[in-house]
Design a protein around this ligand. Structure first.
Ligand SMILES: [Zn+2]
Length: 379
């Protein structure tokens, strides 16, 4: 995007909408580093303290925050977490090809976060929009350990090609097979595997164990025997902040996980499952999690289906839903306000949503397209 676009957006910003650094930085990148720092320096004088050192930083994040980059890969997944101690976990690698577009976007975010290697890359399941970019990423940046659920359950030419590519990605890294209940040893945050390879945690986690009142409203769908149902799902805990990401886990597996007892409890932020498709995101899952904020990693023409969007949007206690893309399927009725959408129309804009969480459970979400940001206190 260009500076002109930024100015147009800024004029429409309300009280909560501050033209903070993600945007300044984008403009700055186009203009060159020399001009970058002046607008940032001026802007930080006028933003709240909690933001000042926050998402605004070019490399280091705000002191003591867990940063999450919801990287746009046009309807796949690439979610990067960086802890205050510099630990890094990337959930999925986006699509292959397109001249390494998605690997390039991940590397750009890593640079932005000030990290030179990625400690863990979690492959939620073996589908192209999640593991497709793995080899391209591994060729561009060192990866410590790949984590996955084990054998691909799908067969055929496409599956074989994906596996061959993934083997290439593994050449210079370690590999861990995740099982429900395992911890991924990310430095600076707790990461618990809640689902993997079709299984789920067998006993409630701390803060979980409540009866789930929404099970009756979630009738089972057709059985899913493919990779989506094998998704590795994780709960990330950073102090009082809790974030859940279940990859593309499908409806019936959600019911197995959440009924009759919710083993997870409430979360602060929920990454809407499966790009917001309606074969995931049952009320039994979403409503019982009681998220304060939900992030939808849809593409313009992928996911964001009205039924799933509505279930998330009506979730009890939800303060806001943010979207990586405007959803064409959602039309006027089933999209959030434009300021909370990272990419409005067309592909290959590549704007992210960024989040900085504090150990007290409060967090800030920012739209890298227009600099719109919002802080959510714990209560
Ligand atoms: Zn997917």
């Amino acid at each position: 995007m260009g500076a002109a676009n930024f100015l147009t957006e800024s004029k429409t910003l309300g009280n909560n909408e501050r033209a903070a650094s993600p945007l300044s930085r984008e403009a700055g990148l186009k203009r060159g580093k020399g001009i970058l720092w002046l607008p940032v320096a001026v802007l930080v004088l006028f933003v709240p303290g909690r933001w000042r050192a926050g998402l605004a930083g070019r490399s280091a994040g705000p002191a003591g925050t867990l940063r999450i980059y919801f990287i746009d890969v046009e309807g796949g997944q690439a979610t990067m977490l960086v802890t205050p101690r510099g630990g890094s976990l990337l959930v999925d690698t986006g699509w292959p090809d397109a001249n390494g577009r998605d690997a390039g976007r991940i590397v750009r975010a890593a640079k932005e976060a000030g990290i030179k290697r990625i400690d863990f890359v979690l492959v939620t399941h073996f589908h192209t929009d999640h593991v497709g970019g793995a080899a391209e990423l591994a060729a561009r940046t060192p990866v410590g350990t790949f984590v996955d659920h084990g054998e691909d359950v799908e067969t055929g030419k496409d599956a074989e090609a994906l596996e061959a590519d993934y083997r290439k990605a593994l050449e210079k890294s370690k590999r861990l097979i995740a099982r429900p209940g395992d911890s991924i040893p990310l430095e600076g945050a707790e990461v618990t595997v809640v689902t993997a390879d079709g299984g789920r945690v067998s006993s409630p986690l701390p803060d979980g164990g409540q009866a789930n009142p929404y099970c009756a409203q979630s009738q089972p769908q057709e059985t899913d025997t493919g990779e989506n149902a094998r998704s590795v799902g994780i709960l990330v805990t950073f102090g009082k902040f809790r974030f859940l990401d279940l990859g593309d886990l499908t409806w019936n597996k959600e019911l197995e996980l959440m009924c009759p007892t919710n083993p997870i409890g409430a979360v602060d932020v929920f990454l809407v499952s499966h790009h917001g498709m309606n074969i995931s995101n049952s009320p039994a899952l979403v409503w019982a999690l009681h998220p304060r904020v939900a992030i939808l990693n849809n593409g313009e023409t992928k996911g964001g289906t009205p039924e799933a969007w509505q279930i998330v949007e009506r979730s009890p206690g939800l303060l806001d839903l943010w979207q990586l893309h405007f959803s064409r399927a959602g039309g006027r009725e089933h999209n959030v306000a434009q300021r909370m959408i990272a990419n409005l129309h067309g592909r290959d804009q590549g704007h992210e949503l960024r989040l900085a969480a504090r150990a007290d459970g409060s967090f800030t979400v920012a739209n890298a397209r227009n600099g719109f940001l919002k802080t959510y206190s714990k209560d």
